[in-house]
Design a protein around this ligand. Structure first.
Ligand code: NI
Length: 206
């Protein structure tokens, strides 16, 4: 074997070892298959304390035993939020009734200054009769968003007071223990969302 070939072989071996070790350490967590619990599931979610659209104080514990389909956005959002919430509702309409009953669609506002309990109350029902709207203090909302790795920021304000919010647009499916199962974007077709949800719920023993 030539010296150059030896060097290439050595380099490839080292690379394979590095990849193997990274895999062991779970450094590829973000690329793990959705819906597969155990090692490699990204740490998304956690405890939160917020107020629902009926004015009741709620925590993540109140949703234990049911799957949460969670989305962070704001009611003033012109397009992305309504699209996401409609997709969530459409997906729930497409899963078997027994599956649907196990899921709580949740909308968490990232704009608590405008999205009061009353505003959420008149908003969530437009999408799904069982959709829960959650708001809270700025700190409570920030805390929940951080745990779900949701970015949000007030966008540059024009002359009028009607500001927009920049925010990540991800629909999370969390299991009855509050663990991350899968996520969708606002461009995920409802059929695909429904299929993933049904599979997860049914494989979870319904
Ligand atoms: Ni939005």
């Amino acid at each position: 074997m030539k010296r150059s070939q030896m060097l290439v072989l050595f380099g490839v071996t080292i690379l394979v070892l590095i990849i193997a070790v990274m895999g062991r350490l779970g450094l590829f967590a973000g690329s793990s298959e959705p819906g597969r619990p155990g090692a490699g599931v990204p740490a998304i979610g956690g405890a939160f304390t917020l107020t629902d659209h009926t004015g009741k104080a709620v925590t993540d514990q109140d949703f234990r035993g049911r799957y949460m389909l969670v989305y962070f956005g704001y009611t003033f959002c012109p397009d992305v939020c309504p699209t996401s919430l409609s997709a969530m509702a459409a997906a729930l309409d497409q899963v078997p009734k027994a599956v649907e009953a196990k899921i709580v669609p949740i909308f968490v506002t990232v704009d608590p200054a405008r999205d009061t309990q009353e505003v959420l109350k008149s908003y969530v029902g437009n999408f799904h009769p069982r959709m829960v709207g959650l708001t809270g203090s700025e700190e409570q909302v920030k805390d929940a968003a951080r745990k779900y790795r949701v970015y949000f920021q007030k966008a540059e304000q024009g002359k009028d007071a009607a500001y927009l919010m920049d925010h990540s647009s991800i629909v999370y499916l969390m299991d009855p223990a509050g663990q991350f199962v899968s996520h969708f974007s606002h461009t995920t077709p409802p059929e695909q969302m429904a299929e993933t949800i049904a599979k997860a719920v049914q494989s979870g023993g319904l």
